[in-house]
Design a protein around this ligand. Sequence first.
Ligand code: CA
Ligand code: CA
Ligand code: CA
Length: 304
Amino acid sequence: MRRKIALAILMMTIPTLDAMAAWDITIESKTVEANETDVMVSIYGSWDREVSQLSVPIIVREITPGAFWTGSLPYDTGGNALNHPFQHNVSWQWNTIYPWALLIEEFRPDIPRQTCPTDGDVGYDGVSPDHFCINASATTSEVAAKQNLAFCTWSFDVAGVAGTFEFDTACFYCGVNSIYLIVSQIPPFDQGPLGTGDVTFHKGVITITACNCGVPGDVDGSGDMPTPLDVVFLVQKVYRSQDALYDYHGLGDCPFENGDVNGDGGTPTPLDVTFLVQKVYKDLDGLCVDRCHGDPGTGYCPGP
Ligand SMILES: [Ca+2]
Ligand SMILES: [Ca+2]
Ligand SMILES: [Ca+2]
């Protein structure tokens, strides 16, 4: 009987021990469209005891050539929880009323040096690879146990090439050569790979999908250059209110409505039929050739 009771207590204890092992750093993965802007990615942390220091060195690495982040890259350097003098497209989500990371709170770009391999990166420049490091450190206060806390978010634009790139962890330089997540008891100890090794890490993968707003004038979605059949589809839509046009909008966030072949915005009109007739029968191209971009609100359509 005593053994059964002991076994029962042990079984009740196992889930608790398992839950206490939840030390994790995870970077969000996302699927975005080609040339998408203001893509937001967060880093999540889980820890079971109060920690006073956190460092995550990150490499941004192209997997598919050309599929990468681009434009004005995020940074947040030289600051702490109250002061961010050099900040661009980075935000922190933990308690900002009673800030925790008073000593340092930064999202700092740099290139690897000292004890890290120093080949392959010449700058934080949108050319793979790029490196940055997330650092947060307390003076006396500590951040309490958390599970899946999205503590930092950064935003960026992506290139027009379909494929993938990733936010992985890698050596940054001598002081931040690995993930550190430090419990400040006496003496303090690190739960990261060079300490107890309890922290798991999951990299973030950004998948850029090709824009799919259709071939210009291919209103029935057959996937090839417009034909007389497309003209009939558009005539039925415009003059007979019989809408059998392909739903490109169901596949993505296309700026132009299908059938608005000249890209001047709104629903298709007789003018669009005229443009499509000229294209199909006379090879006069006035169609909106870039269906993925432009601003129909201003009548702007890239090309032809
Ligand atoms: Ca670079
Ligand atoms: Ca067609
Ligand atoms: Ca139109």
